[in-house]
Write a protein that binds this ligand. Structure first.
Ligand code: FMN
Length: 367
């Protein structure tokens, strides 16, 4: 299977990139992820001065993902220029240098871009401190002073189509070669109910959310920006397994970035995702990653032409149904009963909401 992709002029051996995060904090951590064979690594975000994040700064939110209040890199610019980037290159990695302006000025980003380019970075990812307003000017500066493929990583503080498409359009006009959708979502808060203490160390206790809970936003805005703006998108947020990678490709992504999955489950998950992606493509007769890119967008387009679906009640596959009763339990209208060990749908009360279909563990309910 051909897993290789070319994203905005950057050739990768597979589409799984390690996002900027504690796993790319320095050479020691980068070496651990390098062994898993990612397509590229994005350095922890480099700024003009090292960060001093609160501690603790990460909290596992079971079932949802992760809450964090880490800042940018705790390593200095000179560390990244002299050791970090050249060392990661020696490991045979494609290195995307993540940079941020602490003052918001484009000039600061330009200086950082020049420095990481001189150190041998393969591409640049310009990020922001959760407000993408000034990113377009910064991207323009980074690109003109580096000449490297330049990704713009956005945060989405306003969950509205117009907001996101406007930022993405401005970034494209500013010369961004790809837009990374997205950073974490927040601010967010989690308090220990036994003590009343916020679990994270920031003064107001807040953090930002990543992992499975944010994946549907990643998919929605990847599809939206691909369709409406046309700039290449790298999907980032909640991608945890090979099926999530396939989903991102289907909605138009050129590659994916992952962070929370290897943080919560160990770095082995990176290699596992890449191997499972390969097997998924093979078992579905797909020869290359590019073959499926954007396939779901065609469906969305057709849906927009014909209007919303209006299915009738779901059908029960009697062979598959085990009579477990989960559908009966979740049906909000009380329209399902288990009769003689099989689900029976009362069509007079069923509203065809679909909850039973997505709940059934053996896919015995369908349209
Ligand atoms: C602990 C932690 C630290 C992060 N640090 C950075 C960072 O320095 N720069 C950056 O651009 N994104 C940073 N991120 C955001 C991730 O790169 C990624 O965009 C986000 O977590 C969503 O992807 P995920 O759900 O796969 O984790 C960080 C995320 C976490 C959880």
């Amino acid at each position: 299977m051909e897993l290789g992709v070319e994203v905005a002029g950057l050739r990768l051996r597979n589409p799984v990139i390690i996002a900027s995060c504690p796993l790319t904090a320095d050479l020691r951590t980068i070496e651990r992820v390098a062994q898993q064979g990612p397509g590229a690594v994005v350095t922890k975000t480099i700024a003009t001065r090292p960060a001093r994040p609160p501690r603790p700064n990460m909290y596992r939110l079971s079932g949802l993902g992760l809450l964090n209040c880490e800042d940018w890199s705790e390593r200095s610019l000179s560390y990244w220029v002299e050791e970090g980037i050249p060392g990661a290159k020696k490991m045979g990695l494609k290195v995307i240098a993540s940079i941020v302006s602490l003052s918001g000025s484009a000039d600061e980003v330009g200086e950082l871009a020049e420095a990481v380019t001189g150190a041998g970075a393969d591409a640049i990812e310009v990020t922001c401190l959760y407000d993408p307003r000034d990113l377009p000017d910064q991207v323009k500066e980074a690109k003109s002073r580096s000449g490297l493929p330049t990704f713009a990583k956005i945060s989405i503080p306003v969950l509205m189509d117009e907001y996101v498409t406007e930022i993405a359009s401005r970034l494209m006009r500013a010369g961004a070669d790809a837009v990374v959708i997205s950073d974490t979502y927040g601010p967010a808060l989690h308090v220990d109910v036994a003590t009343g203490e916020p679990v994270l160390g920031k003064a107001n206790g807040s953090g930002r959310l990543s992992g499975p809970a944010i994946k549907p936003f990643t998919m929605y805005f990847t599809a939206l920006v691909t369709r409406r703006v046309g700039v290449p998108v790298v999907a980032c947020g909640g991608i945890s397994n090979a099926k999530d990678v396939v989903e991102a490709l289907l909605v138009g992504a050129w590659a994916v970035e992952i962070c929370t999955a290897p943080l919560l489950r160990g770095v082995d998950v990176i290699g596992k995702i890449i191997r499972e992606l390969d097997s998924f493509l093979e078992s579905n007769g797909i020869r290359s990653v590019s073959e499926i890119r954007g396939a779901a967008l065609e469906r969305i387009k057709r849906r927009e032409e014909i209007g919303p679906l209006r299915y009738g009640p779901p059908r029960v596959d009697g062979e598959r149904c085990t009579g477990c009763g989960l559908c009966e339990k979740v049906c909000p209208r009380g329209a399902i009963t288990i009769v003689n060990g099989k689900a029976v749908v009362d069509v007079t009360h069923c509203a065809a909401c679909g909850l039973c279909v997505s709940t059934c563990p053996v896919r015995a309910l369908g349209w």
